[in-house]
Design a protein around this ligand. Structure first.
Ligand SMILES: NC(=O)c1ccc[n+]([C@@H]2O[C@H](COP(=O)([O-])OP(=O)(O)OC[C@H]3O[C@@H](n4cnc5c(N)ncnc54)[C@H](O)[C@@H]3O)[C@@H](O)[C@H]2O)c1
Length: 316
């Protein structure tokens, strides 16, 4: 009888102890969350130091035109060695010539279809020998077929996913080992505002850009938990419509507030986000916060706002 009472009181004691431990851990969690909220609020209003990229070997895809070309120019100007990869040989060669004319870092051109896994893996071996192990990857190459879903062919839908999504798996397979070997690195991925908000005439494109968002968020978790904790960074960017020609028929209601962005400014915002280790950002920055708020409102409110802003793309 006494023995049973002793066992029972021990069990109660141990349960009480476990509850107290849980309560303590939860309180610590709350305090840490509040501290992080305070720190990031302060950081919004202070200028963060930008990392030096002059020693980096940066692979950028889609450098033959548009945002990728501007990224190559800006990273070369910062003294980096830029490996320019594009399927369009002449456009890419032009970018490389313009980069090398800056007489800062260095740039080299490689022609490759990034949706072809074998070619990407071959390219990585070649780059390692000819340039060196890669420390940064910017997944930028992309296409944007623009028409209603019933007018998009199965081939086009597959191609959109091959170039916008699967290519990023192949470049990660090819270049992440370079970063793991060096215990450092940074992966940047160019999604789109269409990876944050669904837009008509862009169903496969939006799906591909939402997929990129998922890829990057999950990859960030894996890198955070793995042996390279915080040594390999990730940055995902969601630019609004940019004046590169990719958006053939843009629909803009308020050109002064939400007009087409300049690719130079977009590239510059991407470089700053990467150099300050921002995990994800829209360009302009406020759109991500606006979207986060709208997602908590009734769907009808978000629709009212979308109709009011009335921006997007017309069919080709
Ligand atoms: N322009 C916009 O409005 C806008 C907005 C948001 C996001 N983005 C994204 O930014 C990225 C760059 O867009 P952009 O406007 O500079 O486009 P762009 O068409 O001006 O340039 C894209 C480059 O990618 C290259 N490319 C295409 N397929 C390729 C492949 N299979 N292999 C290698 N290279 C390939 C093209 O040759 C081209 O040089 C894309 O991922 C796009 O989805 C663009």
């Amino acid at each position: 009888m006494i023995e049973t009472e002793i066992i029972e009181s021990r069990q109660i004691g141990s349960r009480l102890y476990n509850v107290l431990v849980d309560l303590f851990e939860f309180t610590v969690l709350l305090v840490r969350i509040l501290l992080e909220v305070f720190i990031s609020t302060v950081q919004q209003f202070t200028r963060k130091e930008q990392k030096d990229v002059s020693g980096e070997i940066i692979v950028i895809t889609g450098t033959g035109h548009g945002i990728g070309r501007e990224l190559a120019l800006q990273y070369t100007d910062l003294g980096a060695t830029v490996v320019c990869v594009d399927i369009n040989e002449s456009g890419n060669q032009q970018t490389v010539s313009d980069c090398n004319r800056l007489q800062r870092g260095a740039a080299q051109a490689y022609t490759c279809d990034v949706s072809n896994r074998e070619k990407v893996l071959e390219l990585a071996t070649k780059i390692k020998i000819e340039v060196g192990p890669v420390t940064m990857l910017v997944n930028n190459a992309g296409i944007m077929p623009t028409r209603p879903l019933d007018k998009q062919t199965p081939e086009e839908i597959r191609k959109t996913f091959d170039i916008n999504v699967l290519s990023q798996f192949w470049t990660l397979e090819a270049f992440l080992p370079h970063m793991r070997e060096q215990n450092r690195g940074h992966i940047v991925s160019i999604s789109s505002i269409a990876g944050v908000i669904g837009l008509s005439n862009l169903v496969p494109y939006c799906a591909s850009k939402f997929a990129v968002r998922g890829l990057m968020e999950a990859l960030q978790e894996e890198l955070r938990e793995g042996p390279h904790k915080n040594l390999i960074k990730t940055t995902t960017i969601y630019p609004y419509m940019t004046n590169t020609g990719l958006c053939k028929n843009p629909k803009v209601k308020f050109p002064k507030i939400l007009g087409l962005l300049d690719p130079k400014q977009v590239a510059s915002a991407i470089v700053v986000a990467q150099r300050t280790d921002v995990a994800e950002a829209t360009i302009p920055r406020g759109l991500l916060y606006l979207n986060n708020v709208c997602r908590n409102l009734p769907r009808s409110c978000a629709e009212l706002l979308k109709d009011y802003v009335d921006s997007g793309v017309y069919s080709d």
